[in-house]
Design a protein around this ligand. Structure first.
Ligand code: ZN
Length: 292
């Protein structure tokens, strides 16, 4: 899936935080605060892979580099530049969800490098992309896209990247519509509230992928071209790569234990994405589904 070259991608609330190389003396150790939220893309902690992720040691401060995003104005730029692609994702996700949710409010997308302060604590990129409900921001270190391929074994591609952002946007939708309320998110297991919440976010991502190619920008130009079969395959492949069973087999203990699942199996994540893609937002009631 690629953006239409002349689509206007301005409008999304996106900021960029760069890494400041200055290291405060004597700090040592990366501060990783466990996020007591289930709004991540995966249930896997990448801490052990930190050298690969570029999560360094020492105390880092970040600098605001949001000005870099001002030059991102068109779909053509989004097709060629990862930061512009993230901005375009935010703008087009807003445009789509405005048509789906009464009283929709924009979250903010924060592109960061290494670690950053959030309303959910200090986060390093070891937690992967996530949404923080208290501050209504989606956080992503785009180096995760390399991990998605090298560690999780995904095929990659632009639509796989957009699926990741759209999944986190799904958590924002769940937050502002109240679907996150009254859930037992400490519980794990194949039919737990956590898994149902995550599969619904995958379904919402699928619904956006279908809807956004007919959602017009401010000038009436659809944001994205209709995805090709190969691009859909990339998105499904990414959903499979972050399935709990696949992660347990390849990055965890090696054995599959559904009792500890928080995000659903590879098959389930693909199927709910597909459900949203073919049937739309109304089909995404994973909380009432008899089988997941
Ligand atoms: Zn999630």
């Amino acid at each position: 899936m690629t953006f239409n070259d002349d689509a206007n991608i301005e409008g999304g609330r996106v900021s960029k935080r760069g890494r400041n190389a200055a290291i405060a003396g004597g700090g040592g150790g990366l501060v990783v605060v466990a996020l007591v939220i289930v709004s991540q893309l995966t249930g896997f902690d990448l801490t052990g892979l930190a050298p690969l992720l570029g999560g360094g040691s020492g105390t880092e401060t970040s600098t605001d580099q949001s000005g870099d995003l001002d030059q991102c104005k068109t779909g053509a730029q989004a097709n060629n530049n990862i930061d512009c692609r993230m901005k375009a994702a935010a703008t087009s996700l807003d445009a789509y969800w405005l048509t789906q949710v009464d009283g929709y409010t924009q979250p903010q997308l924060v592109i960061y490098d290494g670690q950053t302060d959030t309303g959910c604590g200090t986060a390093s990129n070891a937690v992967g992309p996530f949404y923080c409900p208290p501050d209504q921001k989606v956080y992503i270190d785009t180096s995760f896209y390399n991990e998605l391929q090298t560690q999780f074994g995904a095929s990659g591609g632009p639509l796989a990247q957009l699926y990741v952002v759209a999944h986190e946007w799904g958590h924002h939708i769940q937050n502002i519509t109240g679907q996150m309320n009254n859930l037992n998110l400490q519980d794990t297991g194949a039919t737990s509230d956590s898994v149902r919440l995550e599969l619904q976010a995958d379904c919402y991502a699928g619904a956006w992928v279908d809807g956004v190619s007919s959602t017009p920008d401010a000038n009436g130009v659809p944001f994205l071209k209709k995805p090709t079969d190969a691009e859909i395959a990339d998105a499904l492949n990414a959903a499979a790569a972050v399935g709990d069973d696949h992660i347990q087999e390849t990055l965890g203990s090696g054995s599959v234990n559904p009792e500890t699942w928080t995000h659903g199996s590879s098959e389930e994540r693909q199927r709910w994405f597909q459900t949203g893609y073919t049937k739309g937002v109304a089909s995404c009631d994973t909380f009432s589904a008899a089988t997941l």
